[in-house]
Structure formats: structure tokens, C-alpha cells
Design a protein around this ligand. Sequence first.
Ligand code: JFZ
Length: 467
Amino acid sequence: MKSRLARYAVACSIAAALAGTQAQAGAPPTPHPVAAIQDTETPAQRDARMAWWREARFGMFIHWGIYAVPAGFWQGKPVDDAGEWIMNAGKIPVADYKKFAPQFNPTQFDAHTWVSLAKAAGMKYIVITSKHHDGFAMYPSKANPFNIADATPFKRDPLRELADEARRQGLKFGLYYSQAQDWTAPGGAAMGGHWDKAQDGDFAHYLHTKAIPQLKEILATYHPDVLWFDTPTAAMTPQLSSEIVSLLNQYPQLIWNNRLGGGYPGDTETPEQHIPPQGFSGKDWETCMTINDTWGYKSNDTHFKSTKVLLQNLVDIASKGGNYLLNVGPDAHGVIPAPEAERLQQIGHWLDVNGESIYGTSPTPFADAHGSFSSSEKDQDGKPRWIPVWDWRATSKPGKVYVHLFQWPSKSFHVDDADIQATGAYLLADPHHTPLKVTQHGKQLDVQLPAKPLDSIDTVLVIQTKS
Ligand code: JFZ
């Protein structure tokens, strides 16, 4: 069976084709029935609106919902797909799936614990699923009864508690909303097609009676700083999408992504589960990624990436001017799995010492791409696969270049295309910032290094420059 990603990529290209989005290189952008803020604001206004987001670089994605109850199993068998896709991958009938709601009672949920973990990890914003493709609302929705207050014994509002706690601890707060796919509402879209008559209906009717009323609710109730749309299907025509844009325009500081549909590029590119070889030059972009292989909680998914991989991903992304939205999938008790929490705490320890080399930085000043395209292997889009080299990366600020050394060079750090004028150097984690010997002849730059690194994952060499 075609993998879901392949199915999705196909659907995407169809959607793009139908909706005539910018995806069609060179094609004139689809006229927007309603102008979005991206169409009307000046570059200065945009820079002001995006400033906190660009400074932030690192956020927590939270996929949490009643799919945490089956946790990857249906009728005693493991379902081979992401946990939050179990209803679609398992072709579970609507009536059966809805029976998970009364079993969802996450009494161990504690917003303070979750937000404190994000803060300790060095994350500056949180984006949580308010409604995913299964159509279940993780807040007391007046627009539809399939929600946490009306359908479960858990009589609390986790979005309220998280929004308040995030702001108490100085983090920005965002909401994910599956605007097109809804597998339990008649007329809602479903990639791969409906599998239960109860899903059949009119899409526009679904949008007008559920999705748009719920978007109005979550915007007015939680005032999110970010709105994270997902999987725009062909049904998200420019006209229907523009009705949502009219709503978004009432929140002029809101940042929203490129997954609304209907030809609206939004504010941020959103590469999924991969890091683009050269980023998206001149664009704001954010790689979203799982720590294991699922967004929603699965009890049998223990394929957790190492702290080294996750931290070097963050640095690689920052070196290309992007943000990293790293996911956790809490279980049905409301607990973030320990292997995910441990890795986030370890990343936080590194950022406690080296944060200035990530937050508010600009991309590398060096041309080195740190990798090459494979001559034989293809990636998920059939293009030559990018083979990264995990040797070092660089980020920059006025007067400083931060060289992130993943592999410790013998004797000295050397580049031969230094388009900078070095005036000094030291190791960021060295509390004394002991000066290191710098030698530069034109673009040939050498910095003498001590025998041992100060960190096994990433030792940051700061090169001071004449700005
Ligand atoms: C979507 C969701 O289906 C998934 O459950 C999760 O929420 C994730 C963040 O987003 O998954 C996608 C979206 C886009 C692609 C692949 C999976 N894509 O562009 O290839």
C-alpha cells in the first residue's frame, strides 16, 4: 500500500494544481478573493510582526487528543501509521472512534509541568492541537459537541490552562487546527477518501457549521500568537479559504503558516520531518519534527532520536535561518513520555550555556553547504537525496560569528573562504572566554583550539569580527 506520505504528496500536488498555489513555479499567484495581511502590510510592518518569531528559533509542538487512548492499537493489533492517524489508517467507523472520548480522562495533566519543560528546554513558544483530523476539539467548543467538555469525563479546559501558564512563564502560545480534514463531521475532508457513510456530506457546509465557528471560538477565547493550519485539500478553494482569511484579518498580529490552502502562502514555510538543504532563502520557515516516529502518542513507538541528533538539527536549522518546532506526544493520562522530556531537558542544558549562538541569530556567513546531493539516492519527492555532513555549522550576529563544532578539529579551525575580518576568538562555554590565537591572510582563517572540546555534541567557537 502506498505510504501515507506518498498518498499525501500526491494529494498535495493535486491540491496545489487545483488551487493554483505558488507551488506551481513561475505561475502567477492565485488572485486572493480577500487580501491577507501578507498582501497589505509593508516590509517594516512584517518585520515588526515576525520579530519575536524570528528571535525564538525553537518551539514545542504538542499533538494531544483522544487518539492517545488506543495509542497505536486497534482491535488488539498495532496500526502502522502515526498515532493521530489511527482512525484513518485503521478505517475505524465514526461511531466506534467516538467511543474513545468517554475513556479520555487525563487527570495527571498539569499545564505548569508542560510549560516548565518547554521553558527548561529553551523553547520560546508552544503550538498545541486544538482539533486534529479526527475532529475532536481539545477545548469546550459551543460549535460542536464532539469536544473535551461534552464528550469526556475531563471537565477542564487544557487550552485555557496552557495559554495562561505559557503567558505566565513568558512563552508565546499557538494553536494547530485541521481546517479541511475532519473524519467525524459529515462533509469533512479525508485523505484517501471516506470509509464510513457517516462521513459523507457537503464540505462547504462542514466549513460553515464547524470549522469556521470553531476558528472564531479559539481566536476570540485564547488569542493565539500562532495559528497552525494543516493538510489543505483541493476542497479549500480560494473562495472558501478567503472566508477564513477575513477572520484572520481581525487579528493583525497573528502569525499563520502556509497550510491554509486556496493560494494563500501565509507567513511561514513548513517543511515536515526534514531540514531543507539550503533552507528557504528570504523566507520565514520552520521545520516540524517528531522525536520518535509519531506525532500523537503510541505506546509501542520507542524509536527516539538521540539528544545529539535533535540538538545538531536545531543548530543546522538556525544556521540556515529557520525555526525548529519539535514535537511531544503526551499519553492519555496527560504525561509527556519520559524519553521525550529527558532529551528536551538535555537540549535546555546546552542552551543555558550557548543560547546566544541560536536565539536572534542570522544564517552562516560561510558558503560551505555542509553536504552534497547523492548521485544515486532519491528523496520522498524523487529528487536527489541531500547527504548532510555533520562537521560544523555557523550562525551569526553583528560583530560575532558562532562556529558550532560537532567534530573537534585537530589543532585549529580553518576556513578558506572567510568573508569576515576576525579580531579575536574564544570558546562560548569557557567562563573566562580565554582568547584564542587567530591567524588570517585574506580569506584564509585559522583559529588555534585547545586539545579537547568543552561539549561532546557542540562546542561553540566565537569569532569576533570587525562589523
Ligand atoms: C500532517 C498531519 O497529517 C500529521 O498528523 C501531523 O499533524 C503533521 C504535523 O502534519 O502530516 C503531513 C503534512 C504534510 C506532509 C506530510 C505529512 N507533506 O507535506 O508531505
